[in-house]
Design a protein around this ligand. Structure first.
Ligand code: SF4
Length: 365
């Protein structure tokens, strides 16, 4: 059995660790690229959301590298994510590929379904072994998430633009190579020190912008054309709540006593949206309400045709909380130059607003 799992940001480091610990033969697909997208676009209905296309393209690339077992989210969720696995299985079989699709139930007992899926592909390894491999995988992702939060702070302040991003890329490789908890701890320590040693501009006064929206396009930099790096270059400190380690904590109930950020967001969104609409739409509205006082602006990332985020996008302009929102629709037509121009205009607006010390009236895109 040769197992594969599609890319989403640096999640692959955890998946790689998990399968190595479990002795699973793993085919890592190529990183998401223009090729992934063009393969996907040829074989997807055009109206489907971009995460569907990227994951389908990545599956094609993995199958071409010899994978015969694919892992994908499934289940009966509110948005179409729950149907991805069936649709992709159908599309790939139509293309002549011979493989098995193992579906992760995202709406039922999440922790149990996730562990069962990994157990199944590891030839029914003992539960204890699956659990310990899973914990190690999450630990790797959590270290990278913590480092990325630091990177968000360094980027807008660094004198030589690009240092923080380069250090983070090295950290991803180092975390991947870490063979145990001690080595992982050393990676965290070393790369924290490297980030702390980056020369900063003492006069920097970064704007605070929250990046929110649909999970996949927030976490996969290729799909949002590195929006956080671009914001950093423009002197913006990015704040974001969406991290894989955070999702596993709250969605998989690994932290039942912790403060659930999502519960706070749902409460904040209540006056405008009182129920889950699927995906991350409810949370996006909540972020605008909850963080209107501690942020200068919001960048809202939404995949083209994503129903939950379209609902959020339409509600955001009418909330009484006054904070500029730039909605960026992520699809295969998106271009870097267009994105940069929009970000520059948005950041310029935020700066003038901050300088004026008052709230300007902003038109929502
Ligand atoms: S949340 Fe939106 S983009 Fe994500 S799977 Fe659902 S419909 Fe597609």
């Amino acid at each position: 059995m040769k197992v594969s799992f599609p890319h989403m940001g640096h999640t692959w480091v955890g998946i790689h660790a998990l399968f190595t610990e479990l002795g699973v033969d793993y085919v890592m697909p190529p990183f998401i690229s223009g090729r992934t997208l063009s393969l996907a676009v040829q074989h997807s209905p055009s109206g489907l959301c971009i995460p569907f296309k990227y994951t389908l393209g990545n599956f094609i690339e993995a199958l071409d590298l010899g994978a015969d077992t694919l892992l994908q989210a499934g289940g009966a969720g509110i948005c179409r994510l729950g149907r991805y696995a069936q649709l992709q299985e159908y599309a790939l079989k139509e293309m002549g590929y011979d493989f098995r699709m193992v579906k992760l139930g995202v709406s039922e007992n999440k922790l149990k379904s996730t562990l069962s899926m990994f157990r199944e592909v590891s030839d029914n390894s003992p539960w204890l072994r699956v659990w310990s491999a899973f914990r190690f995988a999450i630990a790797k992702i959590a270290v990278l998430d913590d480092l990325e939060r630091m990177v968000h702070k360094v980027r807008p302040r660094e004198i030589d633009k690009g240092n923080a991003t380069r250090i983070f890329q090295e950290a991803i490789k180092a975390a991947d190579s870490a063979g145990g908890y001690a080595a992982l701890k050393a990676v965290k320590r070393d790369y924290t020190q490297k980030l702390q040693a980056v020369p900063l501009d003492p006069d920097a006064d970064p704007l605070i912008v929250r990046v929110t929206g649909e999970f996949y396009v927030v976490l996969e930099p290729f799909s949002n054309l590195d929006v956080e790096i671009e914001l950093g270059k423009l002197g913006v400190e990015v704040h974001r709540k969406t991290f894989v380690s955070g999702w596993t904590k709250f969605s998989l109930f690994l932290n039942p006593l912790g403060v659930n950020e999502n519960a706070r967001l749902h409460k904040a969104a209540m006056p405008y949206l009182s129920r889950d609409v699927g995906g991350d739409g409810w949370e996006s509205v909540g972020e605008k309400v909850l963080h209107s006082k501690d942020s200068d602006g919001i960048v809202h990332l939404l995949p083209f045709t994503c129903m939950p985020e379209i609902i959020a996008q339409n509600i955001m302009p009418s909330t009484k909380e006054d904070i500029p929102v730039l909605s960026i629709i992520c699809d295969e037509q998106m271009g870097k130059a267009g994105l940069q121009t929009r970000l520059e205009a948005f950041v310029d607006l935020l700066r003038r607003r901050k300088r004026a010390g008052r709230r300007l009236v902003v038109t929502h895109h």
